[in-house]
Design a protein around this ligand. Sequence first.
Ligand SMILES: Cc1ncc(COP(=O)(O)O)c(C=O)c1O
Length: 393
Amino acid sequence: MSATYLMPTYNRQPISFTHGSGSWLYTKDETPYLDALTGIAVCGLGHCHPKVTEAIQQQAATLVHTSNLFGIDWQERAGEALCTAAQMDSVFFANSGAEANEAALKMARLYAHQQGFKRPKVIVMEQSFHGRTLLSLSATANPKAREGFYTLDDDFIRVPFGDIAAIKQAAKDYGDICAIFVEPIQGEGGLNTAANGFSYLEELQAQCEANNWLFMIDEVQTGNGRTGKYFAYQHSNARPDVLTTAKGLGNGFPVGACMVRGRANGLFGAGSHGSTYGGTPLASRVVHSVYDVLANSGIMENALTEGQFIRKSITDELQQYDVSSRGAGMMIGIVLPNTMDCSQLVDLARDEHKLIINVTGSHVVRLLPPLNISRHESQQIIERLVNLLRPLL
Ligand SMILES: Cc1ncc(COP(=O)(O)O)c(C=O)c1O
């Protein structure tokens, strides 16, 4: 494969797919690959879901773009469907996760500005990933991703994920904190969950309320049914002031969203933020179709049942080895011994087992299958992965 004209920002695998359907990707010669990655948690409804394809086709033939200078009926409808599911008051549509997070982080600064702060700080977590724009990159932990970009380090305080004592200490040490920004499960950082699970979010919200900070949750990866609820925070009693999402929101169509509630509602006014493309008729109709499927298909229940089945079956099959699992719904981390060399796993899974996976945090196999996977396909993921791992353990 020649990529002469493309900047080498990715180490691409030596394969490309020409078409996809449901849980399967196909090469030009029709070889099927079972997709347990879905474009990194994007195609939650499976590849080319008929309802989404129909929405794209019909809207592409009707009206693609007018700009936010005009009313956009599909944006209103998508906003209502999304905010109702997310239990939020209003939404700003962007085009990616990083852009949605950029909006959230800018909003935190506006919130601080209204209270007369000079240089506000946001608390973020170790191992976090929030995107590649300068502000979202500054919130991101990964030093390799940040290297050389003069990130805005003074504007963030980084604490260990899951550590409430560190948040309390930060509140004592700094007088200029305006928000906490957190992923419910750290996707890129190793499928990390807090020791007390989603109750961690409740503790974070309590700290935000006690200190008058905004509570902001990044559900770019965990949102849109991925963990078996519309949004992962809904596994807890926590309620964010600001909630971002992208990835599964468009099932492959690029779209992001920053939602607000309560005291964060109204921070952005006319002219304070914008996007030429955000919420086009086409993108919005896609979002509406995704939420129509999520609401009416039993797909999130399936994500919970099949996710649990995949996790349990793999750990049962490999119980004599040092293998455990973590995650929720269709966000599954299979944790391998940290002494194991996992550098060849992705290639071996693809070439020898026709299974598409990802490895994160050096020794965690990350499985992000479609939410509507069949039991037979779940069994295939289990069988292929166990056959890959067993000889290597
Ligand atoms: C939690 C989280 N936030 C933000 C992003 C960035 O999203 P995007 O690549 O759409 O800009 C990602 C991408 O992996 C993510 O997982």
